[in-house]
Design a protein around this ligand. Structure first.
Ligand code: PMP
Ligand code: GLN
Length: 378
């Protein structure tokens, strides 16, 4: 049989590759982004209670009604935006499914989609599967949008621009003027929509990010994506949600119903109960302590740390340590020094290599201490 791949250039994700290699070499895994500390005991208590209730059958397609209502209240509290639980929110199997579903619903053959590099790896493949054309353009040297380049790239055929703020992998947050530029752009192109990946929305430090939820011009033209995995340290539960204007949502739901129909009922029911009892505004402080602990521990290392304004990722330059490619360097970091990180070049369409690697600091302090000790010896 001759099987023609629909994604000939796609391999296994770097996160899987690095986590596997870390395990094989018994290295401390600061590569794939996931927390290694326990989740909130209240969440576990609710899970234990709920699991014996009658919550094990299909939920309504768009989500458990109480969860939809409570998500709407969270958005009201966080961003002062009024969102209809019935018409504008969809519970998804993580942000990954939200992004995939949105792209399948909105991108037609030949439509262009702008991606800003370095970019998270789940954006491009769904565009190719929809027969769209990914237009990957670099962020500037500070990992902020290069508006000249964006304005030169966007045209009447551009269906979507995918934004990610706070940004994985750089930890950067868009400035007010970046947000204004985006507003100007959508006003200029009536067919352009924004897929706003805000999965790290509650993991910000000195400054909060500006959400598309907070800007009327933007939220009328945006699909905003959130992840409970990030916000509640439950990446394995694979649950999140998207918010979109009703007209767009109707198209997204058409795809969603045939992709998953509905999301895991137990997770939805537990989160519906948990949401009003938890304060998401405390998450930034929690991770800020971890960021500072990790950064302080590396002050005497030979790594140069870049600014980190949000997310649980810290970028580091190893340029004064080695001339190796970032892929070779991260491999040797595992085999020779026992710490796993992510090379940044894999987030760039042209694999541009700036001698930068990404560490995940969503780890307990003992793990971070052990890693810092090893990194300081390099
Ligand atoms: N977008 C970004 C920027 C991410 O870092 C991640 C990480 N997992 C996702 C989307 C996917 O989130 P989820 O695990 O909820 O699918
Ligand atoms: N978002 C995580 C990261 O950037 C990876 C999630 C995954 O492995 N799919 O590390």
């Amino acid at each position: 049989m001759k099987l023609t791949s629909k994604l000939p250039l796609v391999g296994t994700t770097i996160f899987t590759v690095m986590s596997k290699m870390a395990l094989e070499h018994n290295a401390i895994n600061l590569s794939q982004g996931f927390p290694n500390f326990p989740v909130d005991s209240l969440l576990i208590d609710i899970l234990k209670l709920k699991v014996s209730e009658n919550i094990h059958q299909y939920n309504p397609m768009a989500g458990n009604p109480l969860l939809l209502q409570n998500i709407s209240e969270l958005i009201q509290k966080s961003y002062n935006r009024n969102v209809s639980p019935e018409k504008e929110i969809l519970v998804t199997a993580g942000a990954t499914q939200a992004i995939f579903t949105t792209i399948q619903a909105l991108v037609h053959s030949g439509d262009e989609v702008v991606i800003l590099d370095p970019s998270y790896d789940c954006y491009e493949s769904p565009i190719l599967l929809a027969d769209g054309i990914p237009k990957r353009i670099p962020l500037d040297s500070n990992f902020l949008p290069d508006w000249q380049l964006i304005n030169d790239t966007v045209n009447a055929k551009t269906r979507l621009i995918i934004t990610n703020n706070p940004h994985n992998p750089s930890g950067k947050i868009w400035t007010e003027s970046d947000v204004v530029e985006l507003e100007t752009l959508v006003q200029k192109y009536p067919n352009l929509l924004v897929l706003s990946d805000e999965v790290y929305e509650y993991i910000t430090f000195e400054n909060k990010h500006i959400s598309a939820h907070e800007r009327t011009i933007l939220h009328e033209r945006s699909i905003v994506v959130s992840s409970f995995g990030k916000t509640f340290h439950i990446t394995g539960w694979k649950i999140g949600y998207l918010v979109a204007p009703e007209e767009i949502m109707l198209e997204i739901k058409k795809v969603h119903q045939f992709l998953v129909f509905c999301v895991n009922s137990v997770a939805q029911s537990v989160l519906a109960d948990y949401l009003p009892k938890v304060d998401t505004s405390k998450l930034g402080e929690f991770y800020q302590e971890k960021r500072d602990f990790f950064r302080n521990g590396l002050v005497n290392s030979r790594f140069k740390l870049l600014d980190c304004e949000g997310t649980y990722f810290q970028l580091a330059s190893y340029a004064i340590i080695s001339n190796e490619s970032d892929i070779d360097f991260t491999k040797r970091l595992i085999t020779d020094f026992g710490v796993a990180a992510i090379p940044l070049s894999v987030f760039n369409a042209d694999n541009a290599d700036h001698r930068l690697i990404r560490f995940c600091f969503a780890k307990d302090n003992l793990t971070l201490t052990n890693a810092m000790e090893k990194l300081c010896k390099i």
